[in-house]
Design a protein around this ligand. Structure first.
Ligand code: HEM
Length: 140
């Protein structure tokens, strides 16, 4: 579980991030696709613009990291979609790097804010990876 200070920082900064969501999102995809071009393939069937919502979703869901029950349905949908599109655990560090770099570029936040977002991302990523592992295993 995340510590209360991390949760507080993430919750306090989520509205600002959402306000700048579009800029963060655009920047995140620039970084993701240029640094990790192998991820482009995963989005080949994504409806126009839909893949761009990924960064915003991460920001929204991170603000609820202390209330995973409320996220249960959303997490299940994400995990199913990820398994359909062949997202694997090794992709998570790419999105993490791209997202944190984008947040840093667009908002230039203090180090403790970036650190809190890093922890929140890791936390969500763990939950998703675990569920996706089950779904992949049951599809074998
Ligand atoms: C904490 C991390 C992540 C969160 C919160 C997240 C969230 C989401 C959400 C909300 C959707 C839309 C689900 C739907 O349509 O119902 C989605 C779809 C998708 N995500 Fe993630 N995601 C994460 C990590 C990743 C990673 C690491 C990758 C791989 C680069 C990835 C690739 C995709 C792809 C390819 C889709 C489907 C696009 C499409 O074809 O519609 N996601 N994700």
């Amino acid at each position: 579980m995340l510590d209360p200070k991390t949760i507080e920082i993430v919750k306090q900064t989520a509205p600002l991030l959402k306000e700048k969501g579009e800029e963060v999102t655009v920047r995140m995809y620039e970084i993701l696709f240029s640094k990790y071009p192998q991820t482009k393939e995963l989005f080949k069937n994504a409806p126009e613009d839909q893949y761009k919502r990924l960064a915003n979703a991460i920001i929204s869901y991170s603000a609820n990291v202390d209330n995973l029950d409320a996220l249960q349905n959303a997490i299940e949908k994400m995990a199913v979609k990820h398994v359909q599109t062949n997202v694997k655990p090794e992709h998570y560090p790419f999105v993490k790097d791209a997202l944190l770099s984008a947040i840093s570029d667009v908002l230039n936040p203090p180090e403790e804010v970036l650190k809190a977002w890093e922890e929140a991302y890791d936390f969500l990523a763990d939950v998703l990876i675990k569920r996706e592992r089950e779904l992949y295993a049951s599809a074998e």
